[in-house]
Design a protein around this ligand. Structure first.
Ligand code: G6P
Ligand code: MG
Length: 213
């Protein structure tokens, strides 16, 4: 039996590799503003919400932007992104993702999704896994993005489970920080040298199980 009562998953980079689509959309936007954008910079944006990401990108621009201009640029990036995710399907699920969700379900634990992406419902629908979750946080209702614990705490509250009984699953440094700040056990997906705050790090959900932690 697991010592947890709920597992709360991040979406991008954990269940599906939308990071590449975010990369392509941000690159197109950044280059339209004369800002260099590469994979290394994209790493800094993992788990960071849309406006926060835009601010990081525009920090290396020569000009200043008004709040209105920033909103227009964020909308433009989102249009590029939505074009890219429109063709997603269950083929875009990362290896082990469905198995992990099924393992948690079979163990009788609650399942939540805590993504700061305002496109999370669309992506889940394209992947065909919406009904595998008991609760999906609506990012539009979250005031503070990761690394703030707000989103994981909201998921736990809505699932009716105490934070200390939750296992959070994340691929981003900011996301792991959010889980730890919420007082949960953090399972990192990626590399232990990067996700230094995680309690345990595995390479992918292929290695997920509930017995080891
Ligand atoms: C996730 C991704 C970020 C992205 C954020 C907001 O956290 O890891 O790269 O910026 O969601 O996504 P959105 O779809 O709302 O622009
Ligand atoms: Mg992520």
């Amino acid at each position: 039996m697991s010592r947890f009562k709920a597992v709360i998953f991040d979406l991008d980079g954990v269940i599906t590799d939308t990071a590449h689509y975010h990369y392509l959309a941000w690159k197109r936007l950044a280059e339209s503003q004369g800002v260099h954008f590469d994979h290394a910079f994209n790493e800094n944006l993992k788990g960071i919400d849309r406006m926060g990401s835009l601010d990081l990108i525009l920090a290396s621009s020569k000009r200043a932007y008004t709040a209105e201009e920033k909103l227009a640029l964020a909308d433009e990036k989102n249009r590029h992104y939505q074009e890219l995710i429109a063709t997603m399907s269950s083929a875009d699920l990362l290896p082990g993702a469905v198995r992990a969700l099924d393992v948690v379900r079979a163990a009788g634990l609650r399942i939540g999704l805590a993504s700061v992406s305002k496109n999370a419902f669309t992506v889940l629908g394209r992947l065909g896994i919406t009904d595998k979750f008991d609760y999906v946080v609506d990012a539009a209702t979250i005031a503070r993005g990761k690394p703030d614990p707000e989103i994981f705490l909201k998921a736990a509250r809505e699932l009716g489970v105490a934070a200390e009984d939750c296992l959070g699953v994340e691929d981003a440094v900011a996301g792991v920080a959010s889980i730890k700040a919420a007082g949960m056990f953090a399972l990192g997906i990626g590399h232990p040298f990067v996700l230094t705050q995680a309690d345990v790090v595995i390479t992918s959900l292929n290695d997920f199980n509930l017995e080891s932690y």
